[in-house]
Write a new protein. Structure first.
Length: 375
């Protein structure tokens, strides 16, 4: 019979043998946590944070660079404004150790399929409506009437860059890495007298099939929606198969400007924000790297906005029809109902809707929704 007194001694020996490995693992964990905390701390100098990031991701680097591929949607392909702006990101990314490869797609759905199925794209830059399937929180920024003006979106961009909001920006599989403005979604009409929300009743309206909020808004105003991909939607309108169209500024600028009739007009009142959102595979963008990218997008917000304004300035002032008081009332009432309905159906994110309401009330505190909130 074995001596039971020998068992504790044996266990003690095994423990002593394992202690160096345990200590080493504990040290590595603490070092990792320290580095990650440094990267996530916006109060530290950026250079110090970047050094910590490079140390943190050193095992993934090749020749001192973290190689990633961003796939970019641009309806004009490599010569388009989005693709051109993305080239600047290649140079900026070198500063924090990333070697970017940019792949440009004209077909947004093809790019999304590549991102999901082939994973040759580490991240994709897509319209907010398209990003809905990857991050409901960020995509809700494009809800009708949620953020009425650019100043609202810019304030939101500042909030999105805070580390405290990071949990809402990732779902484990995909992570949202930031957004930029590409203007607004607006109503376009084949004549000035139809450029009003109150003219939709019974009329045919082209809307992209991904823009669920605007499809519901048109339905609420008794318009007859005709849906398809965004390029197909614009083509339908330019071919005069529909009387009206709801589309983002970039859709009109890139695909309809110069190809519509002399009578075509746009309603100057924004129906909602139009954004490009960067969505990445979460395992390719750990928290520290994701945080740096979100802050970088905030830094570039005004740069992208100026590029857009330059493009919009090519549209003559006479093209735009000013909204009537009735248009403003209709949008506020109908858009809120659409947001609430789609929130109830789980399509819009309630946290983002609440955040958007607080931002609206920051600029217009006297509105009734600020005293009696429903979002």
């Amino acid at each position: 019979m074995k001596n039971p007194l020998l068992l504790p001694a044996f266990c003690l020996l095994m423990l002593l043998t394992a202690l160096p490995g345990i200590a080493e693992t504990t040290t590595k964990v603490r070092s990792h946590q320290t580095l990650e905390a440094a990267v996530l701390n916006p109060n530290l100098p950026l250079e110090k944070r970047i050094r910590a990031l490079k140390t943190l991701l050193s095992d993934e680097m090749t020749d001192g660079r973290l190689h990633r591929t961003f796939c970019i949607w641009d309806p004009i392909s490599k010569a388009g404004p989005i693709a051109s702006a993305a080239k600047d990101q290649v140079l900026r990314s070198l500063h924090y150790g990333m070697q970017l490869t940019i792949e440009v797609f004209q077909n947004e759905q093809e790019m999304v399929d590549t991102f999901v199925n082939k994973k040759t794209c580490d991240a994709i830059l897509v319209r907010g409506a398209t990003a809905q399937r990857f991050n409901r929180f960020l995509a809700t920024t494009e809800a009708p009437g949620a953020l009425p003006d650019r100043q609202h979106l810019q304030l939101l961009a500042q909030v999105l860059a805070k580390p405290e909001i990071a949990d809402h920006m990732t779902n484990g599989q995909y992570t949202a890495l930031g957004l930029v403005t590409i203007g607004y979604s607006r109503l376009y009409a084949d004549s000035a007298d139809k450029a009003s929300l109150n003219s939709l009743d019974g009329k045919s309206v082209s809307v992209a099939d991904t823009d669920t909020g605007f499809i519901r808004l048109v339905d609420a105003l008794r318009g007859r929606t005709r849906t398809g991909s965004m390029p197909a939607t614009v083509q339908t309108f330019t071919n005069e198969l529909t009387e009206l169209m709801v589309a983002p500024d970039i859709g009109y600028l890139a695909m309809a400007s110069g190809r519509t009739g002399d009578q075509t007009r746009g309603l100057a009142m924004p129906l909602g924000q139009s954004t490009l959102q960067l969505i990445g595979h979460a395992d390719r963008f750990p928290p520290g790297l994701a945080q740096i990218l979100r802050e970088d997008f905030l830094f570039k917000f005004n740069s992208y906005a100026r590029m857009l304004d330059k493009e919009l300035s090519n549209i003559p002032e006479s093209f735009w029809i000013n909204p009537s008081p009735a248009d403003l009332t209709t949008l506020n009432k109908s858009a809120q109902k659409v947001r609430l309905d789609l929130r109830g159906e789980g399509y819009y994110d309630p946290v983002m809707l609440r955040l958007a309401r607080k931002i609206r009330c920051r600029f217009s505190p006297g509105e009734s929704e600020c005293k009696n909130p429903v979002e």
